[in-house]
Design a protein around this ligand. Structure first.
Ligand code: ADP
Ligand code: MG
Length: 619
């Protein structure tokens, strides 16, 4: 999203053969479209400060002032002429265009449906000039350009009738300003409506600009992204599932600095989120794709909101994998490089090994700062080192769920006893101290306190295990010593018989032993602790509703999520410290362990500094 700086060029009429190559169509169908065209012109002119003043939703007035390079007086008449532009002059330039505008039509189109006054001054001009109705007169003003558009569609009342309410039109205009401001944090923007200032964004870095525009919820639960492959680079911020929304209104995708709404790109991102987001939630993101302009055609649509890639498959793949990889890194082993998905005030984004927050490129002011230095931990060391009664706050376990979570082979024996070993860097989630109300596990790590939602965490682990097993076509199966039988209706029996192969690949053996009885003879080993009958019923319902092959492809992850949810350790089940530590070790080994597959966080970190703050220590 670098500033576009092009040397000054004269405005020229486009040759006819080029005009015919340019996507034709209406560019000013509503006030927000005028705002967009004028903002693009200001950015193309190298402005670093832009003021947008609107009246009555932009219908009465749109005045946009910039401090860009201005237009030399002798070129003013050409600027408002149709098919005249300073930005391209040949087909080759059209194919490599790096400016936002290039059609040479916006000012002329606007002037044909509104009263347009353009005031401009170049750095070397003794004063400003103004053009209105084809007449150029001296004016006053600083370097830059102000375009004042009044009474939109005054001469086409039929068009005017199609406009929506003032608030709606204003909303569209504000959205356009927001989109452009997100792409250009290096430019300051202010927006006013009917004399009231609505937004003002100072020049800042992208992390700060996007935090301001998308809000605290996004700022405290996002990941930085920056990946390159050959001529493609994808960078920006993607929201964790906790920052997802019920509407797709926080999705900003840019191609070479241009906001686009492109099916291919939206789909690629959506697919990358599939594992961590429920179907009715929409991820939040600000993502920029930069590539050689020759590899993308921006001349598909008059308002340039759609683009066409030379190699759309490659772009889709690249975007999908980059986003997917970033999301997969939110496993607990990457702990310390992602913001814990907690409430904004308590979340600490953590630091990487180098101590620098990896998603922050430039200045960073929107996040809380570093973790406390080690010395502050020492204050607590004595307390932690005190021997404490065994099983404090831990209800006695009624069974051994260590096997349920797996024992975390790679973690050796550390932390598996009740000895409350001291936290170390090899165990990012630390060691369990206690279980709270049968729901949360309390653990201590080097940074402070970790709270884990044990059901959500276990669900996520199971889900990933099931997915891997299915991917490898190696679902471990647990045969039942005594098959579980249950009453089934004719459709259920039929479904089981017709889809025996599909069920088998999922680890289920469900056989009809009478016209009204089904017997579960095996279940996936990972789910052996769940109620076999309800598992079988769920899987049959899915197969029946969506068809066997769809369940394995389109619906696979939903199904696995449902199954994992059944099996995950329920609230109010007491765990021993050993079991809790086994759960923590498992989480550390699991991809995307940060979020359960319903998009809820599985754990939060309370740093010592957060705790200090709560107790007003050192303030
Ligand atoms: P296009 O942007 O496609 O070239 P426009 O009709 O939007 O067509 O603008 C015509 C020309 O007027 C531009 O090519 C540019 O040279 C000049 N121009 C328009 N707006 C500005 C501005 N805000 N600052 C400097 N030059 C401008
Ligand atoms: Mg333009």
């Amino acid at each position: 999203m670098n500033q576009i700086s092009i040397p000054y060029r004269a405005i020229q009429a486009l040759p006819d053969n080029l005009i015919s190559q340019i996507a034709a169509g209406e560019v000013v169908e509503r006030p927000s479209a005028v705002v967009k065209e004028l903002l693009e012109n200001a950015l193309d002119a190298g402005a670093t400060s832009i003021t947008v003043r609107l009246e009555e939703g932009g219908v009465k007035r749109i005045a946009i002032a910039d401090n860009g390079r201005g237009i030399p007086v002798d070129q003013l008449p050409l600027a408002v002429e149709r098919h005249a532009t300073s930005k391209i002059s040949s087909l080759e330039e059209l194919e490599n265009v790096a400016t936002l505008g290039f059609r040479g039509e916006a000012l002329a189109s606007i002037a044909s449906v509104a009263l347009l006054t353009l005031t401009t001054r170049t750095f070397d001009a003794p004063h400003a000039w103004q053009i209105e109705n084809g007449k150029t007169t001296p004016a006053s003003g600083a370097q830059g350009t102000t375009v004042d558009v009044q009474d939109l569609y005054y001469n086409t009342p039929a068009r005017r009738k199609f406009l929506k309410s003032e608030q709606t039109e204003f909303g569209h205009c504000a959205e356009v300003v927001k989109r452009i401001a997100l792409a250009r944090p290096d430019v300051s923007f202010s927006l006013s409506h009917n004399g009231k200032t609505i937004d003002h964004w100072n020049i800042s870095a992208i992390d700060k600009r996007s935090a301001t525009i998308l809000g605290e919820n996004f700022a405290s639960a996002r990941l930085a992204l920056d990946e390159s492959a050959g001529p493609l680079r994808l960078h920006g911020f993607i929201g964790l599932p906790t920052a997802s929304k019920g509407r797709a209104d926080a999705q900003f995708f840019y191609v070479n600095g241009r906001y686009v709404r492109d099916k291919l790109l939206t789909h690629a991102v959506r697919a990358a989120y599939q594992d961590v987001l429920h179907g009715d939630r929409y991820p939040s993101y600000v993502i920029a794709l930069d590539l050689d302009p020759a590899l993308v055609d921006v001349n598909v649509h008059p308002s340039k909101i759609e683009v066409r890639f030379r190699d759309s498959r490659a772009v889709h793949q690249f975007v999908f994998h980059a986003v997917n990889r970033a999301l997969a890194q939110t496993s607990a082993t990457a702990f310390g490089t992602v913001p814990a998905p907690a409430t904004a005030s308590l979340a600490d984004p953590g630091t990487s090994a180098s101590g620098k927050m990896p998603w922050v490129s430039g200045e960073q002011t929107s996040f809380p700062t570093q973790f406390p230095p080690i010395t502050s931990t020492a204050n607590y060391q004595d307390y932690f080192n005190q021997p404490r009664p065994q099983g404090v706050g831990v209800a006695q376990s009624t069974g051994n769920y260590g096997a349920l979570f797996g024992t975390g082979a790679s973690s050796g024996t550390a932390g598996q006893g009740n000895a409350n070993p001291l936290p170390d860097d090899e165990h990012p989630l630390g060691f369990a101290l206690a279980q709270l109300h049968g729901v949360y596990v309390l653990a201590q790590n080097t940074k402070g306190l970790v709270l884990i939602d044990m059901h959500a965490a276990h669900e996520r682990i199971l889900y990933e295990q099931l997915k891997n097993a299915l991917d490898e076509n190696a679902m471990p199966v647990q045969p039942m010593l005594i098959p579980i039988t249950f009453y089934a209706d004719a459709v259920e029996v039929g479904t089981a018989e017709e889809n025996a192969e599909v069920l088998k690949s999922l680890g289920f053996d469900i056989a009809a032993i009478s016209p009204t009885t089904l017997a579960v003879r095996s279940v996936p080993a990972l789910l052996k602790n769940a109620d076999a009958q309800s598992l079988a019923r769920d899987v049959l319902r899915e197969v029946r509703e969506f068809g066997g092959s769809r369940v394995l492809i389109d619906r696979r992850n939903e199904l696995l999520g449902t199954l994992a949810c059944h099996t995950a350790v329920r609230a109010n089940r007491s765990l021993t410290v050993l079991e809790m530590n086994a759960l923590l070790r498992r989480m550390e080994q699991t991809e995307r362990a940060d979020q359960c597959n319903h998009g809820r966080p599985t754990w939060v970190q309370l740093g010592l500094n957060d705790l200090d703050r709560m107790f007003l220590r050192g303030q």
